[in-house]
Ligand binder design. Structure first.
Ligand SMILES: Nc1ncnc2c1ncn2[C@@H]1O[C@H](COP(=O)(O)OP(=O)(O)O)[C@@H](O)[C@H]1O
Ligand SMILES: [Mg+2]
Length: 263
């Protein structure tokens, strides 16, 4: 067995093949402590799949996935559940339970995964709601909230176990540009205040450059560029250049069916 890494997350030569399609074809990535790694790529390129692999919800066809010293793919169910508690997840469409109010949505992980009493749970929920600026909404139902407010609540829920790592799946999906920048600012301030490492997947360039301390570009199953933002902007890779410019001219439309279907 190879040596465990000194990173918060590391993917080594990860392949994931579904019967119809190889989604990841040798993806290697390292996420350092306090990084905000942005993984960019077209719709259908496998971004959400990478997050599911890090959470251990999906198993790779081959390759290794580490969270700190743990090799996710080798953990037994019970241990995997313990390790997962150190990872917060913010889903693309917030994924709040519609039958529970804001407080109860955020309290849920604490109720299910810890032995904490009601008073302590209430204190933690209040603290996290305060962090995302949603203290006044704790008794509201998700259906009474705007998309941006729901996103804030799902951020509070991701923070509730004091995770070391937070995974964000398209945090600005479905939000208007102003609210989307507000959420990006919140992601930055929360990551800094809570000293948490994050992996953010998105296909939105502006958002990517706002939040990222490091950028990786996924294309046809591989990471074709991985660099700090300033360097990434200067990439000579034709696919990255086309993605940066949003141009219809370039390899993306020629090389990929997905691009034609989704762009
Ligand atoms: N369980 C699955 N079975 C078969 N194909 C899947 C499954 N999950 C995802 N895919 C395929 O994998 C590709 C990548 O999906 P996804 O990671 O959701 O892309 P992204 O998040 O970048 O839009 C898509 O083509 C999708 O259809
Ligand atoms: Mg996705």
């Amino acid at each position: 067995m190879s040596e465990p890494p000194n990173h918060v997350v590391e993917l080594r030569e990860v392949q994931l093949a579904f019967p119809q399609k190889t989604v990841l074809d040798g993806v290697s990535l390292k996420v350092e402590p306090l990084d905000r790694l942005v993984i960019m790529g077209q719709s259908g390129s496998g971004k959400s799949t990478i997050l599911r692999l890090i959470l251990g919800i999906l198993q790779p066809t081959s390759g290794e996935i580490f969270f700190k010293q743990f090799e996710i793919t080798r953990l037994k169910r019970r241990k995997l559940q313990q390790v997962r508690m150190q990872i917060g997840m913010v889903y693309q469409y917030s994924a709040l339970l519609s039958s529970r109010n804001v407080h109860d949505n955020i309290a849920l992980p604490l109720e299910e995964l810890t032995k904490k009493g009601t008073a302590e749970i209430d204190r933690i929920v209040d603290e996290k709601l305060e962090l995302v600026g949603m203290s006044d909404s704790k008794n509201q139902m998700p259906s009474e909230l705007s998309g941006g407010m729901r996103k804030r609540v799902s951020l509070a829920r991701a923070l509730v176990m004091d995770p070391e790592l937070i995974l964000f799946d398209e945090p600005s999906a479905g939000l208007d540009p102003v609210i989307s920048s507000v959420i990006d600012e919140l992601i930055i301030s929360l990551s800094e205040r809570s000293q948490v490492t994050s992996v953010i997947v998105t296909h939105e360039m502006e958002s990517a450059f706002r939040v990222g301390t490091r950028m990786a570009m996924l294309y046809q199953g591989k990471i074709i560029e991985d660099a700090p933002p300033e360097e990434f902007k200067k990439s000579n890779d034709p696919v990255v250049r086309q993605f940066l410019s949003g141009s219809t001219e370039g390899p993306i439309l020629e090389g990929s069916k997905d691009a034609v279907a989704t762009k």
